[in-house]
Design a protein. Structure first.
Length: 236
């Protein structure tokens, strides 16, 4: 079991906000790294590999939504958005592109720390959950290596994030079953996890795009109004 302190990247262009959050997080036993703009955030994320990023949506050089989108292309590190705009569209877009939670300024530092702790706890439960497949599963031209957490199309590896792999693994665990969005959320995050259906759709879309580039255009099928199931995986 990993007992190291959680490492949090605090990304905000306001030094005062960073100072408040760093103090609160450090008091809660977490280590911190700081960034003051979008480009710094991406560099710090690559260099320090934090467990979670507290990410301001409005930052110079690169907006927080763009930063999150780029992080999500290669990583599943948790993201907690901060914004001074209390508009539903910001929350929806932020969650849709992969954010784990959303806090509006002005905020209580204690609330932010509590939300960070809750996200990290869910992440640990998800990573420690038992796997449902055998060591290797094949379906059509897809091969899933559950022990190595790798996926292949015609023996060519398709790079997936941890969430995308878990989604594929879930669908492959019952190839003829249609999984509702709620059912997928329960499998990926545990019961009662409050994210939108659009988040699931976003992960499905990314999974489809990655396999389509390798020639697999039929990996996930949609049953309108019901959910998703594994496709025939035979290719074009």
């Amino acid at each position: 079991m990993d007992n190291r302190p959680a490492k949090i990247l605090v990304a905000d262009d306001d030094p005062h906000i960073r100072e408040i959050l760093v103090f609160a997080l450090s008091k809660a036993g977490m280590t911190t790294v700081e960034a003051g703009d979008g480009e710094e955030t991406l560099n710090a994320a690559r260099q320090h590999a934090p467990d979670l990023v507290i990410l301001d949506i409005n930052m110079p050089k690169m907006q927080g939504l763009e930063v999150c989108s780029r992080l999500r292309a290669t990583s599943d590190m948790a993201v907690l958005f901060l914004s001074s705009r209390d508009e539903e569209i910001d929350r929806v877009v932020g969650i849709e592109i992969g954010g784990d939670d959303y806090v509006v300024k002005p905020f209580s530092p204690r609330e932010v720390v509590a939300r960070v702790g809750a996200i990290l706890k869910r992440s640990r439960v998800r990573s420690e959950a038992p796997r449902v497949l055998s060591a290797e599963t094949r379906h059509g031209r897809i091969r899933i290596d559950s022990e190595g957490r790798r996926a292949f199309w015609n023996d060519e590896e398709v790079e997936l994030t941890a969430t995308e792999f878990a989604l594929l693994e879930t669908l492959a665990s019952a190839p003829n079953r249609v999984f509702s969005r709620d059912g997928i959320i329960d499998r990926l995050h545990g019961p009662g996890f409050a994210i939108t259906d659009r988040t699931v759709d976003s992960h499905v879309r990314n999974l489809r795009q990655k396999f389509a580039k390798a020639g697999g255009s039929d990996v996930v099928k949609t049953r309108p109004g019901i959910g998703y199931l594994l496709g025939p995986c035979q290719g074009d």
